[in-house]
Structures are given as C-alpha cells and as structure tokens.
Design a protein around this ligand. Structure first.
Ligand SMILES: Nc1ncnc2c1ncn2[C@@H]1O[C@H](COP(=O)(O)OP(=O)(O)O)[C@@H](O)[C@H]1O
Ligand SMILES: [Mg+2]
Length: 591
C-alpha cells in the first residue's frame, strides 16, 4: 500500500512541479512540450525505418521515398538535441528566478515572527533557501529526461512486442522492482540530507567563523582555530558516515539489478536465436531485435536513474510547496484604517510567552499612553522592554489581553498601514548592504527617491556629520560585501538605522536602546535632535542611560516582565525604591 501512496505522491508532486515550468515560461514550456516527444520517439522510428530499408534491400530495390523519409527523421532527431539543450537551459534560468521570487513573495505575506521561532520551520526554510538555486536545474534536467526516456522505452517495447510479445512483457515487469528499490534509496538519502541539515549548518558556521572579517581579531587573539577546525571535522564525520552508507548501499543494489537485467537480455537473445534457427524469424529481424533490445535496456536504465534522482528533487519540491502554503496562526485580517486623530495607546492586561517558552516574558502589563507623551522604558536586561515593542508592532500577539489604539484593538487595524505609522529603531537593527540612498530611504519605500528627505533624515538620525566628513555620496555602497563598499563603525551603523526611522512621517516613534553603541556626544546630540524632531509625537524610548530618562514625561519601570512603576522621574525617585536604586547605581558610576 505504501508503494501506491508514494507513487501517488510522486505523480502529484511531479504534476505540481511541471505546473511551475508553465508558470515560469509559457513559450519555452510549449516548445519543449512538442520537441521532447519527437526526440523521444525518433530512435524507435529510426530502427523501424532501418528495418524497412533492410527488407527492401534484401527483396527489391530501395525506394528513394523511404531514404528521404529516413533522412528527414534523422535530421529532426539530431536537430532536436541542441534545440532542447538550449531551451532547457533557458527554462532553467527562468525557473530558478521564478522559484526564488516566489519564495520572496511568500516571505512578504508572513507578517509575524511566530513561525520563525519554530525550529522545524526555520530549518526547513534554510534548507529550501540554500538549495533554491540548483534544485530547479535538477527538476528540469531529470524531469524532462525522465519523460523522454519513458516515451522512448514505451515506443521500443512497442516495437519489440511486434517481434516477441513475451520478451517485451518480461522487460516491462522487470522495471518495476528495480524502480521501487531505487526510489526507496533515494528517499532515504533525502531524509538523511534533511535531518542532517542542522549539522550542515553547523559545519558551515564553523568554517565561516574562521573566515569572516567580523571574527578575525578574536579568533586570532584567543587562538580559536584548532577548536573550530576540530569541531568541523567531528560534525562532518558524523554527517558523512550516514551518507556514505547510503551511497554504497545504492551502488550494490544497482549492480545487483544490472546483473539481473543483463541475464534477462542474454536470455531473450538466446530465445530469439532459437527462433531464427527454427526458421520463425529472418536475419533482418534479428538485427533489429538486437538494437531494440539494447536501446530498451539503456532507456530503462536511464529512466530509473533519472526518475530516482528526480525523486530527490521532488521531495525538495514538497518542502517548497509546503512553505508556499504555510499559514500563520495569527490573524492579520484586520482592515480598519489607522485613526486620524489623537492616538491613545493602551496595554490592557497583557501577558505573553514566546513560542515554546515556559516563562512569561510579560505578565499582566497594563498602562495607558496619551498622544504626544514621551515615555521612557527602563529595566534590567531581560525585563521585557524589547518584547513590549515587538508586541506593539504585532510581530507576536499576546496570549492574554489586548493593545488598543483609540479604543480599537490593534488586531482590527490593517497591518500594513498600521506599521507604516511607526518609526522604529530596533535594538538588533538591520545592516543593509545597499547604497546609502536605499539603506536610509527604504525606511519609507514610497519616498525612496526624495533626496531632500533622505538628507534631512540623516541629519535627524545623526549620520549627516560623518556623511559630510567622509565625503560620501548617496550612491556610496555600505558594507564591504560588494565592490567599492565602505565599512562603518557600530555607532555609525546605528545612526543609519536611526535615520531610516525618520523617513516615514510617523506619529509614533520608538527607539530601543538607540544609544547603546553611541559615544556620549553623539548620544547627547541624537537625543537633543530627537526632542526637537518629535514635538507633538508619541515617543517610546528604551534606554539604559538614566540621564536620558529626564527627557521623558513619564518613566515605565519593568522588572521580570511586570510593571513595578510608572510616573515622572521625580515621582519615581521619591516613591520607587527599585527605580531610585537603579538610578543611583548609575549616577555613582559617572561621578
Ligand atoms: N525570540 C525570543 N524567544 C524566546 N525568548 C525570548 C525571545 N526574545 C526575548 N526572549 C526572552 O524574553 C524575556 C524578555 O526579553 P526582552 O524583552 O528582550 O528583554 P529586554 O529588552 O528588557 O532586555 C527574556 O527573558 C528573554 O530571554
Ligand atoms: Mg531589549
């Protein structure tokens, strides 16, 4: 039964994958759809024509018509080869681009971060992504060869059956167990490859760790080379042992079947020889029979090999399709527009656990922020500050409670429009290796070409001074990844991220420890410009520098995911011992 289920799966994946060819390029697919069968039937047609020529030669004169026909068939079958090869190449390129853009488009539809926290999902995604540039090649090469060989084998068996039906039938039946075993092995090897993908990522990490500029200083200073090289060897050995077994297994099975099919061929040959000796068949027929037999055997071999290699690719495609169909549990169907006027933000009894975690990152958090307020959020590492921001941005939804804006739960608002209303600098901000104009401008894709706006965002974000000093232009490439790119210091990268947050004309600004890697002077300047820039806007800033909290109207104090204080700095200094302790601790260190 399992065989049939697998066969059904194989065929259904095959059809789904072929639909991709069609979507990737209708023209190339259409031409191949005609040419491949022609190329596939040609060998049988040539053998048949050769037999007719031989018959005429032995009996009468060769007709020129038949010769011409043979010539045309020969020409078509030869011409089909280079045309198919080039077209397949073209279609392959188109398919790779198609598959990759589909992946990117799909990623666009995943609004939250929940899925990314799921290790299985993440492993699969890495796996899909790492092979997306070459699996489509296999899909086309093996997928098309397989059909071609199938047609060739069927046409050969058809020819063969006219001479000896039983031999054709035996050959046909012999194909089945051989294919099943091949597919089974291929599935094993694929599963091993998938299950070893965490290992594969590990070995890749080990080698990268020693080869990137980021780590160059520390690995040299501490002499970490041997550790990484040893780790690489250890994990590689484990990975390799499994694959080696499977590959050797594959080889033995193939050899066994080879012996089987050679014996079968010799048997049929003997049968045919006996037929001739007994006068049932002519010498001409014998010649044709031998070439059909060898062509069939070759075709069967190629068919099994290609289809089992294709199986591997189809299993990859299965993962691809399942990613393309993945649905988020969180509901992003809200459609309401963002409120125009005063935006009060209310956290109503929010409790939240990260997926797969036991402990709550936030517990019973309630507070209200009025439009235009500046709120500082303070607390020790791990107290839930960044989590607060992630929930507000709806990267996750809380298990309990809701966040409201002007009394509307944010889950009812249109998510794309909603996110555009915020300018956010995350604690772990992204470094985009792009020209400055895009690295900053993409904070507001619609205004990406507005150079004035980009310059002004850089001024507000504090990057403009470096920009002028270093003689940069908007087209200067950031990051050493690409030719001509410049590298920046941590603080400068952060200023780029802050500038990006100033691109949208947002009503609400959030800075998550924006000054962590900035020097005191930059910090002062950024805060100063921040206060100026954000007049009338709602601002949340998470900071470790308690000197900055004085700029806030109110301070929210978090400890272990709970709010333990909310009020002005002065109030908290008087009434909240935890807060005053935190503050004094830091004040001391500056004395
Ligand atoms: N993606 C995540 N998955 C699981 N736990 C997380 C994740 N991010 C943060 N946490 C945990 O949630 C708690 C709050 O983290 P966070 O909000 O980042 O703290 P803070 O920003 O105050 O330093 C911490 O215990 C942290 O380990
Ligand atoms: Mg944080």
């Amino acid at each position: 039964m399992k065989v049939f289920i697998n066969l059904k799966k194989y065929i259904s994946l095959y059809l789904q994958s072929f639909a991709l060819f069609w979507k990737a390029s209708k023209t190339s697919s259409l031409i191949l759809l005609f040419l491949v069968p022609i190329q596939a039937i040609a060998p049988a047609a040539l053998i048949k024509l050769a037999q007719m020529l031989l018959d005429e030669l032995l009996n009468t004169e060769i007709s020129s018509q038949l010769l011409l026909f043979w010539g045309i068939t020969f020409f078509i079958s030869s011409a089909a080869v280079p045309i198919n090869t080039s077209l397949q190449g073209i279609l392959t390129d188109q398919l790779i681009a198609f598959v990759n853009t589909q992946l990117m488009e799909k990623s666009k539809t995943i609004k939250g971060l929940n899925l990314f926290e799921d290790p299985d999902f993440y492993d699969n995604l890495q796996f899909i992504n790492s092979q997306a540039s070459w699996q489509p090649v296999n899909l086309i090469v093996f997928g098309i060869s397989m059909i071609r060989e199938l047609i060739t084998v069927i046409s050969m068996l058809f020819l063969l059956a006219r001479y000896n039906f039983w031999i054709a039938l035996i050959l046909l039946v012999a194909i089945i167990p051989q294919s099943l075993v091949s597919y089974h092995i291929q599935q094993n090897s694929f599963e091993t490859m998938v299950t070893r993908s965490p290992d594969a990522r590990k070995v890749q990490y080990y080698s990268e760790a020693l080869l990137t500029t980021e780590n160059a200083k520390e690995v040299r200073l501490f002499g970490m080379f041997d550790y990484f090289i040893k780790s690489y060897r250890r994990v590689y050995k484990r990975m390799h042992a499994q694959m080696k077994n499977i590959r050797l297994h594959q080889m033995w099975i193939s050899l066994a079947f080879l012996v089987f099919s050679v014996v079968l061929s010799i048997g049929s040959l003997l049968w045919m020889i006996r037929d001739i000796q007994q006068g049932h068949a002519s010498a001409g027929v014998f010649l044709i029979f031998v070439s059909t037999l060898t062509s069939t055997a070759d075709g069967v071999y190629a068919f099994i090999e290609n289809s089992s290699l294709l199986y591997d690719t189809l299993l990859y495609m299965e993962k691809y399709f399942s990613f393309m169909n993945v649905k988020e549990e969180n509901d992003f169907s809200g459609e309401l527009p963002f409120p125009q006027k005063t935006q009060d933000i209310v956290f109503n009894n929010i409790s939240f656990k990260y997926p797969g975690q036991q402990q709550k990152a936030l517990a019973n958090v309630s507070f209200k922020v009025s439009a235009g307020e500046r709120i500082a959020i303070v607390g020790e590492n791990g107290s839930g500050k960044s989590t607060l921001v992630k929930l507000l941005m709806r990267f996750y939804d809380p298990q309990e409670g809701e966040i409201l804006i002007n009394n509307t739960p944010i889950s009812e608002l249109d998510i794309n429009q909603y996110r555009k209303k915020f300018g956010v600098v995350f604690q772990d901000y992204a470094r985009f290796y792009l020209p400055i104009r895009d690295a900053v401008g993409l904070g507001n894709p619609a205004k990406r070409h507005d150079e004035g706006l980009i310059i002004s965002a850089m001024q507000k974000g504090g990057f403009y001074d470096s920009y002028v000093e270093k003689n940069l232009t908007l087209d200067t490439m950031l990051g050493k990844q690409f030719n001509g790119g410049i590298d920046l210091s941590g603080g400068q990268w952060q200023k780029i991220a802050i500038s990006r947050a100033f691109m949208p004309s947002s009503k609400i600004l959030i800075l998550d420890e924006p000054t962590a890697s900035l020097d005191p002077r930059s910090e002062f300047e950024i805060y100063q410009s921040f206060i100026e820039m954000t007049k009338g806007k709602t601002v949340f800033f998470i900071t470790h520098r308690l000197s900055a909290v004085k700029m806030a109207n109110r301070v929210l104090v978090l400890k272990n995911g709970e709010i333990i204080g909310l009020g002005s700095h002065d109030e908290l200094m008087q009434n909240n011992s935890y807060y005053s302790e935190l503050y004094n601790l830091q004040a001391q260190s500056f004395q």
